[in-house]
Design a protein around this ligand. Structure first.
Ligand code: NAD
Length: 247
């Protein structure tokens, strides 16, 4: 199957590293013009440079998804690039603690980053998708939002919220040829999972059917598929990319 995204503009949040970086690179390989967004320009300039060096199209974008100006920034991006056809809400954070000890700030910051920003960004992007009658919204949730995880009440609540958001929005705008899907990665080897001890990683791997952590590329391929024309009849779904950790 050849995924062909020529002429499409894709915005990837949190594209400076980890899963977002790989999503940006793969969308670039498929022919999309990728707006690689992150809080600072340094790393996304490198990511965008790698995409253009490989023959693709990419633009680095400074964007704090929790910034008070996030809606204005998205409107400006749409004006500059005419449209955003593919939106990948990837940026996300954790602030783990056991529930009984969790500070309100750890709750607020995770909900604000993982949920509120998705609301603001997606609303601005989708308005234009509805007018152009083509769009793909792909939200990166987590299996933790489906199965829970001790020490991550805030994070799993935010990721479960993404699932409800995805399904409801899919119902609202499917008739406009805009699909809305979520991808639920299991445990993927990135900075987010680097903090785990080797023992913790080994214990985790024993619970995964495929017996290894995932790679950012495992997720990036799934994003490219959901962004493609071939996936036009798939909406409101949550695609687990977890090696069988969660079924
Ligand atoms: P990461 O920490 O390596 O990267 C997160 C990205 O989000 C970074 O680019 C960071 O700069 C960006 N970001 C964070 N806050 C931001 C803000 N306010 N504004 C703009 N950008 C911001 O994490 P990752 O492992 O690559 O995770 C990417 C996504 O995948 C997240 O939504 C995460 O919850 C999800 N996920 C990760 C795993 C995993 O095992 N790594 C598993 C399931 C889901």
């Amino acid at each position: 199957m050849n995924i062909e995204l020529n002429g499409k503009v894709a915005l990837v949040t949190g594209a400076s590293r980890g899963i977002g970086e790989q999503i940006a690179k793969r969308l670039g390989e498929c022919g999309a013009h990728v707006l690689c967004a992150a809080r600072g320009l340094d790393k996304v300039t490198e990511v965008a440079g790698a995409i253009t060096a490989a023959g693709g199209k990419a633009t680095p974008v400074e964007l704090d998804i929790t910034g008070a100006d996030v809606r204005d920034r998205i409107k400006a991006l749409i004006e500059e690039h005419k449209q955003i056809d593919i939106l990948v809400n990837n940026a996300g954070i954790t602030a783990d603690d056991l529930f009984i000890r969790m500070k309100p700030e750890a709750w607020d910051t995770v909900i604000r980053t993982n949920v509120d920003s998705m609301f603001h960004i997606t609303q601005e992007v989708v308005k234009k998708m509805i007018r152009t009658k083509w769009g793909r919204v792909i939200n990166i949730t987590s299996v933790v939002g489906l199965m829970g995880n001790p020490g991550q009440v805030n994070y799993s609540a935010s990721k479960a919220a993404i699932v409800g958001f995805t399904k409801s929005l899919a119902l609202e705008i499917g008739s406009r040829n805009v699909t809305v899907n979520a991808i639920a990665p299991g445990f993927i080897a990135t900075a987010m999972t680097d903090v785990m001890t080797d023992d913790a990683k080994a214990a985790l791997e024993s619970r995964i059917a495929i017996k290894r952590l995932g790679t950012p590329d495992d997720v990036a391929h799934a994003v490219c598929y959901l962004a493609s024309e071939q996936a036009s009849y798939i909406t409101g779904t949550v695609l687990n990319v977890s090696g069988g950790l969660y079924m």
